[in-house]
Design a protein around this ligand. Structure first.
Ligand SMILES: C[S@@+](CC[C@H](N)C(=O)[O-])C[C@H]1O[C@@H](n2cnc3c(N)ncnc32)[C@H](O)[C@@H]1O
Length: 229
């Protein structure tokens, strides 16, 4: 029986975690993770407090910890499996990299005004009600702070993104391999803009990063927004 507490991220990235333990040499936002803009979209990072919301195995966060000079990068993930893998791979990058097992919303709510930069690469912002996570992110940013996230521009099936702020059930697997679903917010550009505006963000921009080919590919929305200074 599937319970609501099954870790639906048990399998994600597991094979790679055994064969590729290196800190990545690149940081990309596009779905294919192989081109387009890179970490420069995050702005100045030196000495800054940076949070990755839904960091998975923390590869992006590890990249920033090694190739930039942030004060701290906090890799936040709610999945016990992802936290365990991230810790196994990159705990040695402490204290510049901090790996935290937490729901993004509760972490952000406990960290008022703590971050200069928050980002998500198909992470917590795709899988959490935006009316909860966006206001929490706004509150956790310092004035002038920046939120950047990569999210699907359409469903992987090719179906268009939602014209309203609603989630859809997408296929997932329990740790036992049983088929189930999880909620994913795949929203049109104007829906994200409205939700960010309602959460108090300003200077909102959305770029479309085109799919880069391959069998399972998709266009990406790269969204940037600022906490009012
Ligand atoms: C598709 S994976 C992406 C992981 C990583 N950003 C990457 O690019 O490899 C989505 C991740 O978001 C995490 N996640 C989803 N909702 C979350 C939430 N509310 N709080 C924290 N993590 C969350 C999942 O546990 C999962 O590890």
């Amino acid at each position: 029986m599937t319970t609501s507490t099954a870790d639906l991220w048990h399998h994600y990235g597991r094979a790679r975690a055994t064969s590729d333990r290196a800190v990545p040499g690149t940081f990309y936002w596009n779905w294919g993770q192989n081109g387009g803009p890179g970490p420069e979209v995050l702005g100045e990072l030196t000495g800054r407090c940076v949070g990755d919301l839904g960091a998975g195995t923390a590869r992006h966060a590890a990249y920033l910890a090694v190739h930039h000079q942030p004060g701290r990068v906090v890799a936040i993930d709610a999945s016990p499996a992802q936290h365990t893998m991230a810790t196994d791979l990159y705990a040695h990058l402490a204290p510049r990299l901090r790996i935290v097992a937490s729901d993004a919303v509760s972490h952000l709510q406990a960290m008022t005004g703590a971050y200069e930069v928050l980002y998500s690469v198909f992470g917590a912002l795709d899988f959490t009600d935006p009316r909860e996570v966006l206001p929490a992110a706004a509150a956790a940013l310092k004035p002038g702070g920046r939120l950047v996230f990569a999210t699907l521009a359409h469903y992987l099936s090719g179906a268009p993104a939602q014209p309203d702020a609603v989630a859809a059930g997408i296929p997932a697997k329990t740790p036992d391999g049983e088929a189930t679903t999880m909620r994913r917010w795949v929203l049109q550009e104007h829906v994200w803009t409205k939700l960010l505006d309602e959460a108090g963000f300003t200077d909102i921009t959305v770029d479309v990063l085109p799919a880069t080919g391959g069998p399972r590919t998709a266009d990406t929305l790269l969204v940037t927004a600022y906490h009012p200074s």
